[in-house]
Design a protein around this ligand. Structure first.
Ligand code: FDP
Length: 367
């Protein structure tokens, strides 16, 4: 481990505690009545999506576990409207923003999707937790000048949070499936640990994960095919018909839970994506706490991650819940698909990609 990162050990200890608890909640949700929608369907998160009971519970579990690590300055989550931070009042007592207690002296920023793929949960399909950790960054280049509605704490909070994925110091996921598997990187390779339920501890089972250089599986929601950008439509047609670089026909696997689809891609190789489509020109996945941490991890395992024309890790987020098209996987497969995007002459697609990289794609909304 990078010696400078020893300090995040306490964050990882808390994360492990949280994902063990979430694993148990997922396994027992039917038995304990934790299936279904929060508030009988009345609970909607900031992105207008219905929240499952387990979305809300998992978010609470993570927040509670990360509280008092003494290392975190800010936390952002899919289930929080805005990043939360603690400040000290003039007597030195913590004043809480949201209901998260974090340390003013904390050096790190945690971003997470507590229960990714939760629309699958009641059918017992694998789901996961995604997380990323940044170092605090007050030098962030996000333009907040014209946003008078933000107070000083909110401004600082947002500046700390809105960092491109290349600034991540750690990232990973926990997959709740036939086994509970924690896969993470501290910026020098990727390791995977399986929860040994007999002793309640994670055991190193997948040391130094390296993604196969080339795969034969593609993983996209093909129902959206006719609304995708043309380069992607052409690429998928070619690999289906054995007209791609390998001259072999690819096969398709799509679970519809990002963590599960990425985990398979990491181990078996191939390509996973949630691209742009006509209705969603920025795709569906969230840049800050889904696409960026997963891209960081995949790159650390020797893979690549792109939004089509741009490296995901270079894209500066402008909003906490900003979406981004995301295609990642084996390096040879991603290089091949990138060629299709690079050859495009579609002015609208080119403009979209350029704007995203410049950080002009979305305006910061008041938190
Ligand atoms: P979910 O909505 O169930 O939380 O990020 C959201 C996500 O799942 C990903 O895990 C998954 O890859 C994707 O959405 C699936 O979306 P589609 O149902 O549109 O394929």
């Amino acid at each position: 481990m990078n010696p400078e990162l020893e300090e995040i050990e306490s964050i990882f200890t808390s994360l492990q505690t949280a994902v063990k608890a979430i694993s148990n909640l997922v396994r027992t949700s039917s038995l304990k009545g934790n299936t279904g929608l929060e508030g009988g369907g009345g609970a909607i998160n900031v992105q207008g999506e219905e929240q499952k009971k387990l979305d809300v519970i998992s978010n609470d579990v993570l927040k509670k576990a990360l509280r008092w690590t003494g290392r975190l300055a800010t936390i952002a989550s899919e289930e929080e409207d805005s990043p939360v931070q603690a400040i000290l009042d003039n007597r030195g007592n913590p004043v809480y923003s949201g209901d998260v207690v974090v340390d003013q002296e904390g050096q790190y920023v945690a971003v997470f999707d507590p229960l990714d793929g939760s629309s699958n949960i009641d059918a017992g399909i694998p789901v996961g937790t995604i997380f990323g950790i940044f170092q605090q960054n007050d030098e962030c280049e996000v333009n907040l000048d014209d946003d008078e509605s933000l107070n000083e704490v909110e401004r600082r909070c947002l500046q700390n949070t809105l960092q491109p994925g290349k600034n991540l110091v750690a990232a990973g996921y926990c997959l709740y499936s036939s086994a509970t598997t924690l896969v993470f990187t501290l910026g020098c390779g990727v390791n995977g640990f399986t929860l040994d339920e007999r002793i309640g501890e994670f055991v190193l089972t997948h040391p130094r994960i390296v993604i196969p250089p080339r795969g034969k599986i593609y993983s996209f929601n093909e129902a959206n095919r006719w609304d995708w950008d043309e380069p992607l439509q052409n690429y998928i047609t070619d690999i289906q018909q054995g007209r791609g670089d390998t001259k072999t026909k690819y096969t398709s696997r799509y679970i519809g839970s990002m963590v599960a689809d990425v985990h398979r891609t990491l181990l078996y190789g191939g390509i996973f994506g949630y691209p742009a489509d006509k209705k969603n020109p920025d795709g569906k996945l969230r840049l800050l706490y889904e696409a960026a941490p997963m891209s960081f991890l995949v790159e650390q395992a020797g893979g690549l991650a792109t939004s089509g024309k741009n490296r995901i890790l270079d894209i500066p987020p402008q909003q906490v819940h900003q979406r981004v098209p995301c295609i990642l996987g084996s390096p040879e497969d991603v290089k091949e698909i990138r060629r299709y995007y690079e050859a495009t002459t579609d002015p609208e697609l080119i403009a979209r990609c350029e704007a995203r990289l410049k950080g002009t794609v979305a305006k910061v909304v008041p938190v």
